[in-house]
Design a protein around this ligand. Sequence first.
Ligand code: AP5
Length: 194
Amino acid sequence: MRLLLIGPPGAGKGTQAALLARRYQIPAISTGDIFRANVAAQTDLGVQAQSFMNAGEYVPDSLTNALVRDRLGQPDVLNGFLLDGYPRTIDQTRELDQMLASSGANLDAVVQLTADTDELVRRLAGRSAEQGRSDDTEEVIKHRLEVFEAQTAPLIDVYASRGIVLKIDGLGAVELVTERIVEALAARGLVLDA
Ligand code: AP5
């Protein structure tokens, strides 16, 4: 099972990625989490990524692609993986295509999570109050949503033209959203022992 989760900030990608990874026994790979871990540890990568993340901008493709190439070269992805938040640009999509082609693999599905803007802002404002993530301020949330629309939303059409997008309503209880995803995958014949 090779999956992507795509959707605007606050759509629930990270939340669902963790649950699906456990259910299907495949690693969830979140570029956002990897960057945040590097920022926390102040590695070279973290230092380079930090200012982009704090501003709600995407980290340059060259850094992001190198990180994912390295991660997908590790042995635990051989039986599948779930990418959360990558690719986000056309360049990253091309790069991922090349990485998969070189190992003779294909994506099985792209799970598109949707939620209306008011709900996205409400969720991220809630997280801001709880966790104080540096990019969850009102101004940066607004910019992240704009960056998603400008740079990432067009990728949905690219994958839709390949017939692999599953559009999932991300509103409602977390478990309900998970069940919607699992059912949509099963309807495509993508069933794994859970
Ligand atoms: P990243 O960490 O991926 O942030 P994001 O895409 O903005 O997404 P979020 O984590 O805010 O939201 P989510 O959709 O994962 O929702 P979540 O489950 O967390 O990336 C951060 C930054 O890293 C980027 O801005 C960029 O700078 C950089 N970066 C990352 N990947 C990159 C790439 N490929 N290229 C370049 N730069 C990259 O949920 C959000 C909140 O909602 C939580 O509080 C959660 O508890 C709650 N929630 C979830 N589901 C529900 C539900 N069903 N009902 C109610 N609340 C819910």
